[in-house]
Design a protein around this ligand. Structure first.
Ligand SMILES: [Zn+2]
Length: 558
């Protein structure tokens, strides 16, 4: 009785093998590697074959080698490890293009000495021409392992006597030199310029501005808004440099809150030419800013078109704010939403659910998360959100009961550990409360679907291996241990790849190295799974592939 069954399955196998053999040969094969597939079993392969923009097979060197034809490009990995293209589920990527090439970025710079050298080099290149020397976030002085000191006005005057300097630490504060203070009309013996919120401009006992401007909303952001943008004819080159930096860091896909239309236009053009090197999944929609605009926002919701794009550019959810007055400012330590505000939040959320839209919403402090979940539970009774993939984003102060409520609602957690650069500041503000911001093990053990992101480029740095290192070691950039709860390197990688594919609605295409998925992968200079934990931050991609195209190759890098 058994024999015919065995024969028929052998026959099926034979037919399958024949079909496979008749397929055109792959365009590209990687062999002799350690392919960390991040599939559901977290399996490891030796080799991978790519045809067009998709992965066609993973397997042993022999299995994949057999598929190669005369025109197949073969890359011998010489034992190197390969991971899926990394996805950041929340980075303000497009906004950054307007300043990227003008900024002195300190992502991954953990030495103050080096940071100062970079400043001096920029001043020298500017040639005393009076140009602004600046950055808009992405760092804090706590990351300088050699000398974690803030900058002073005098020091910056010495570095740049003839150029205005503005160095923005995340959204916490900005350091200005004398030229910058003069340009911004922040003067001794004169009132603060009206745009700044009272108290944001720090003065000494004699009333002289110290060069420090503090605070998120009407402090750092006012200074940032005055920084020169690249000239229109330079915008494309700046966007290109930005995407190139992302590819160099191993990023291939990004969830982007508020996709800026002018940059999106450039990306669309690149896509049409087959040279868009990062996938962009937009979180769109304008939150009502006050009670008067609520009805208008609600009327616009049904017209919001999502999922009209493709696996390179698409709009995937509403966000990242529902009602702007209920948007926890960065570094706020208390949250006091009023009943009126929450009622409006619920009304808007109800309309979002009714319109059948996914939602990705900024929620940071524990009390805010509780009150939002109260509203979502009420919404869910009238318009079930189960299949809408609603996510709370940032959630550094989330707790176990909240994670349970979210799971019941079918919600997800987009985790953006601000402490990666802000750990020092958060400990100043929250004391030991910051020890579990975020509570990574609690999140992982809750079983909720969750993914890692940065919330860069201003609130946080952008390098995924710095984020992965933080998740595994609990150490912020520069090496200070700032959180207690850590997770395994496997779980961290899953959260930065396969789980994030879910957040950008591309789980059938992205997030793992598997036959049928899009060929987005990163070859690493050392093995993520075995390198000492303290070296995870130092891992460097040597090659990044997007849709089967090599978009970064260290051998050809400038
Ligand atoms: Zn946010």
């Amino acid at each position: 009785m058994r024999r015919p069954i065995l024969n028929s399955s052998l026959a099926v196998l034979f037919v399958l093998a024949t079909l496979l053999a008749q397929q055109p040969a792959p365009d590209l094969v990687f062999t002799n590697g350690k392919i960390i597939t991040v599939d559901e079993r977290f399996s490891i392969a030796q080799a991978v074959a790519i045809r067009g923009d998709r992965i066609v097979a993973t397997g042993t060197n022999q299995e994949i080698g057999q598929l190669a034809g005369p025109n197949t490009r073969r890359i011998d990995l010489k034992g190197k490890s390969v991971i899926p293209g990394i996805i950041d589920n929340h980075m303000h990527l497009l906004r950054a293009a307007a300043t990227w090439t003008k900024e002195v970025r300190w992502d991954g710079v953990d030495s103050r000495k080096q940071a100062v050298e970079m400043l001096r080099a920029r001043v020298k290149a500017a040639g005393n021409n009076g140009d602004w020397i600046y950055n808009i976030g992405g760092w804090t002085h706590h990351q300088f392992a050699d000398d974690p000191r803030p900058f002073t006005r005098e020091e910056l005057d010495q570095i740049a006597p003839n150029n205005p300097v503005a160095l923005q630490e995340s959204y916490f504060q900005v350091f200005l030199n004398s030229k910058a203070l003069a340009m911004l009309k922040i003067e001794a013996g004169a009132p603060d310029p009206a745009e700044f919120v009272k108290g944001s401009i720090v003065r000494d006992a004699a009333g002289k501005p110290t060069g420090v401007v503090q605070g998120d909303i009407a402090g750092t952001r006012v200074v940032a808004s005055k920084m020169p943008r690249v000239a229109p004819e330079q915008l494309e080159a700046s966007a290109q440099a930005l995407v190139r930096d992302m590819n160099r860091a191993g990023l291939t896909s990004v969830g982007v809150p508020g996709c800026d239309a002018d940059i999106l236009g450039i990306l669309e053009k690149w896509k049409a030419a087959g040279k868009l090197n990062v996938r962009v999944f937009c979180i769109i929609g304008a939150a009502a800013a006050n009670p008067a605009t609520v009805d208008r926002t609600i009327q616009q919701l049904p017209g919001l078109k999502l999922f009209q794009g493709d696996s390179y550019i698409d709009n995937v959810s509403f966000g990242e704010s529902v009602y702007s007055p209920l948007h926890d400012p960065m570094f706020a330590t208390t949250s006091n939403p009023t009943a009126d505000q929450l009622e409006i939040w619920r009304k808007l959320a109800m309309a979002i659910a009714q319109a059948g839209l996914p939602l990705h919403v900024h929620a940071e402090l524990s009390h805010t998360i509780d009150t939002f979940l109260d509203q979502v539970e009420a919404v869910n009774k009238e318009h079930p959100i189960k299949n809408l993939r609603w996510a709370l984003a940032h959630v550094n102060q989330i707790n176990a009961p909240q994670l349970e409520r979210m799971k019941k609602l079918g919600m997800y957690a987009a985790v953006h550990p601000w402490a990666v650069i802000n750990g020092g500041i958060m400990h100043e503000g929250f004391g030991t409360g910051a020890d579990d911001m975020p509570p990574l093990a609690t999140i992982q053990n809750s079983g909720i679907v969750w993914g890692l992101g940065t919330d860069g480029t201003a609130a946080n740095q952008t390098l995924p291996f710095t984020t992965l290192s933080f998740a595994v070691t609990g150490k912020m950039a520069g090496g200070r241990k700032v959180i207690r709860q850590t997770i395994s390197r496997e779980d961290a990688l899953i959260a930065h790849t396969r789980k994030n594919a879910y957040f950008v609605f591309q789980e059938n295409n992205l997030g793992a190295i598997q036959a049928g998925k899009l060929a987005d992968l990163v070859v690493l200079d050392r093995d993520y799974l075995t390198v000492p934990a303290d070296q995870i931050k130092d891992i460097k991609p040597v090659m990044t592939v997007v849709g089967g195209r090599v978009v970064y190759d260290v051998a050809n890098a400038r």
